[in-house]
Design a protein around this ligand. Structure first.
Ligand code: HEM
Length: 482
């Protein structure tokens, strides 16, 4: 009897989450007529607030597929119809989409504590990244972040990047000169190797593949349409992978606590604040799973998209190469990472165009307002960093790669305090910002010094969505000797 029920469910779970199914359904939904605008909720009388307007789209599925495959188009359409705050259905529930730096800033600064990170992210990825620091609120978050901060202080960063440089040199040297080299896939492997060595303090060898898949399953698990533990579905795979990762980290804690390693895992095991606060074993497991994910996908996306833009704009690639050669060193470290201003312009522009954490989750914990619109308590919000960083009037010609927009004389990033926010802002601002920046620049530096990279005329990667926009085809580029 059980199999009569589970088998069809398993097949449905496995089928509905597949890319071709997603694309076909998307095409179908795109042809549906536009729905009439509806208010999300009635504002309290006398509040002077307007209701959030939006459309429910297709029941349950709503715009899930559209957000995953055509994020910019769907967010742009909602912005044009309803302004900075709108609502729709996605991922099985009503969602309020927050666009533009003014409203985004209000949510991220969270001055009146109206928005919860825990509840916002829980709905999207909670079962896979439970009790990671990003999924905590208030005093508990502050306490955990304080302990974690010990692992991101300057001496630690100096050490991490020195260790990472060996892995980077070996990794980039092993990439073959060839056409159609899948840069995204290779970068993903390299950043996992770096995270494995620098954060876990070990060379995993064959185990690395298993863990890499497990991290992936956890990330995409949150995008499942069937948001239940149905065998064969993405949600199910995410849960299974979470257990695998937890067992892996848990088994190593005694040795890490006893040792004197300088990897992140060891540091988290021993980290203690001036007040004597420390992590329990389960805290360490939860923070390692979240941090490994946070470190790995974000850097992969940034590096591969940056290389893509430089392949597409060879004049920028040459300028960056000249700048790198002029530095007169083989690898960059903590001390000289700031001496590459052109690389920094391209780094910032890549993060603007392709924010690797493209949409943030939040949930309102009390009645509040955004841009004069009434947001009732217990509303799920999507904070659109990626779409907002592609919008006028804050950015001129926003879909064009133009690193010089960050030069002091143009300073488009100053159009609003929260116009450029790829690392977030407020209490949850990325703790790995300096490490991530150094890592991406160090890999690109080696690539520039050793290879030329190009793409065929007119090639543009098909964009899918992980933690942010990603090249769905593995980003085939041509690598050649200098
Ligand atoms: C280019 C690279 C990166 C980008 C664009 C990025 C982006 C972000 C963003 C937007 C947030 C805020 C999420 C929110 O407000 O809900 C965040 C948080 C976080 N990131 Fe990153 N990240 C990057 C690299 C890294 C790296 C390398 C690490 C670890 C070594 C890391 C660890 C974290 C952690 C632990 C948090 C949670 C902080 C908290 O909630 O207090 N990130 N990141």
């Amino acid at each position: 009897m059980a199999s009569l029920l589970t088998k069809p469910l398993a097949l449905a779970g496995a089928a509905i989450d597949r890319v071709p199914v997603v694309d076909a359904a998307n095409a179908l939904f795109d042809r549906l007529p536009e729905r009439a605008a509806q208010p999300l909720a009635t504002p309290p009388p006398g509040s002077g607030l307007e209701p959030v307007m939006g459309d429910p789209s297709v029941p349950y599925i709503g715009r899930t597929l559209g957000f995953l495959r055509h994020t910019l188009e769907h967010c742009g359409e909602l912005y044009d119809r309803f302004g900075s705050i709108s609502w729709t259905t996605a991922f099985g529930t009503k969602m309020v989409l927050v666009l533009g730096p003014e409203a985004i800033g209000t949510v991220l600064a969270n001055r009146d504590k109206a928005f919860s990170n825990k509840q916002g992210w829980d709905y999207l990825i909670g079962p896979f990244f439970d009790r990671g620091v990003m999924l905590m609120d208030g005093d508990e978050h502050l306490q955990h972040r304080r302990i974690m901060q010990e692992a991101f202080k300057r001496p630690r960063l100096v050490d991490y990047i020195a260790q990472a440089n060996d892995t980077i040199a070996r990794g980039v040297a092993s990439w073959p000169n060839q056409e159609g080299f899948k840069l995204f896939d290779a970068t993903k492997q390299l950043t996992l190797d770096i995270a494995t060595e620098v954060f876990m303090g070990e060379s995993l060898g064959p185990e690395a593949d298993r863990l890499n898949h497990a991290f992936d399953d956890c990330v995409v698990g949150g995008q499942a349409l069937i948001r239940h533990d149905v065998p064969g579905g993405m949600w199910h795979r995410g849960l299974r992978s979470r257990r695998l990762l937890a067992d892996h980290f848990r088994s190593q804690i005694p040795a890490k606590r006893a040792g004197d390693g300088n990897d992140l895992f060891s540091v988290l095991c021993r980290a203690e604040t001036a007040d004597g606060e420390r992590f329990t074993d389960e805290d360490v497991v939860n923070h390692m799973i979240f941090t490994m994910m946070a470190a790995h996908d974000t850097s992969t996306l940034t590096l591969s998209m940056m290389a893509y833009y430089l392949a597409r704009h060879p004049e920028w690639q040459e300028r960056l190469r000249e700048e790198a050669v002029a530095l007169g060193v083989d690898q960059i470290d903590y001390a000289n990472v700031d001496r590459l201003p052109l690389m920094d312009l391209c780094f910032r522009e890549t993060l603007r165009m392709n924010a690797p954490v493209g949409i943030l989750g939040r949930r309102s914990v009390k009645d509040t307002e955004l841009d004069g619109r009434f947001i009732p308590a217990d509303t799920q919000l999507l904070i659109g960093i990626y779409p907002s960083q592609r919008m006028e009037p804050w950015w001129s010609d926003p879909h064009t790669f133009d690193p010089e927009r960050f030069l002091p004389e143009r300073a488009e990033d100053r159009s609003h305090k929260f116009a450029w926010a790829p690392f977030g802002a407020g209490a949850h601002k990325c703790i790995g910002m300096f490490f991530g920046t150094m890592e991406v620049k160090a890999i690109l530096f080696r690539l520039l010094l050793t290879r030329r990279f190009s793409i065929p005329d007119g090639y543009e990667p098909p964009i899918s969505y992980g933690t942010g926009p990603l090249p769905a085809d593995g980003l085939p580029i041509t690598l050649s000797a200098l």
